[in-house]
Design a protein around this ligand. Structure first.
Ligand SMILES: Nc1ncnc2c1ncn2[C@@H]1O[C@H](COP(=O)(O)OP(=O)(O)O)[C@@H](O)[C@H]1O
Ligand SMILES: [Mg+2]
Length: 210
């Protein structure tokens, strides 16, 4: 039975699409069957996937992709329940009733929080909604800059949220954006070792919670 992981956060630019794609590639590289569902009309994950698909390398077919309306995600995800190990859902940057089906059907909700106070404030909305569905999300500090005051204070504040704070921290690294632009995940991009290690650690934590 496929496990469903949803990446959600009201704030745009917090790293939903980025973490979703990199974790998907990491899972696929470990031999798991991964399906992606893009429920964001902006379609960034789909653009990444098409770039991946058009690469003339051996990447074709290792990950399944489809788009979905927000209200249709549980039905779309159920199509993969016997054929894949994980369904990863990317969501739009807003918190409204449309998000409910994705949260409801999730086995795990991952909430990226960038090292900014604004992101922390924005996080309350998704945590409240998840709480109503009796879910306790995994909050992940993204775009962290080691040793900065802001990163440290946001990291400390994460532990006070209605969420689990991931041990794994994702730093601010160009490799994350570069890889996505090339249709890749950091797990398969030469020279992206530090980023790949962060995504591997995050993936371990995700799997440990499923
Ligand atoms: N850890 C990171 N390091 C560097 N750039 C990042 C990181 N995470 C996200 N970004 C960049 O931030 C921007 C927003 O990320 P994205 O994943 O699209 O956010 P969302 O899907 O939440 O709107 C993108 O340009 C992306 O490349
Ligand atoms: Mg996005």
């Amino acid at each position: 039975m496929a496990r469903i992981i949803t990446f959600a956060q009201q704030k745009g630019g917090s790293g939903k699409t980025t973490l979703c794609a990199h974790v998907a590639v990491e899972l696929a590289s470990r031999g798991h069957g991964v399906a992606l569902l893009d429920s964001d009309p902006q379609g960034s994950l789909g653009r990444w996937f098409m770039t991946r698909f058009e690469r003339d390398s051996g990447l074709k077919g290792d990950i399944t992709f489809s788009t979905s309306s927000a209200w249709g995600v549980s039905y779309e995800a159920s199509k993969y329940k016997d054929t894949h190990d994980y369904v990863l859902i990317d969501t739009p940057p807003k918190i409204d009733s449309d998000l409910k089906p994705a949260l409801k059907s999730s086995d795990l909700i991952v909430v990226p929080v960038t090292a900014s106070q604004v992101d922390l404030w924005a996080t309350e909305g998704v945590l409240e909604m998840a709480g109503r569905e009796k879910k306790r999300p995994l909050a992940v500090l993204n775009r962290a800059r080691a040793g900065t005051k802001l990163t440290n204070s946001v990291k400390a504040a994460l532990s006070g949220l209605e969420a689990e704070a991931a041990e794994a921290v994702v730093a601010n690294r160009v490799a994350y954006a570069e890889a996505l632009g090339a249709g890749l995940g950091v797990a398969e991009m030469p020279g992206a070792g530090m980023a790949a290690a962060e995504i591997a650690a995050l993936t371990d934590e995700i799997l440990a919670r499923l």
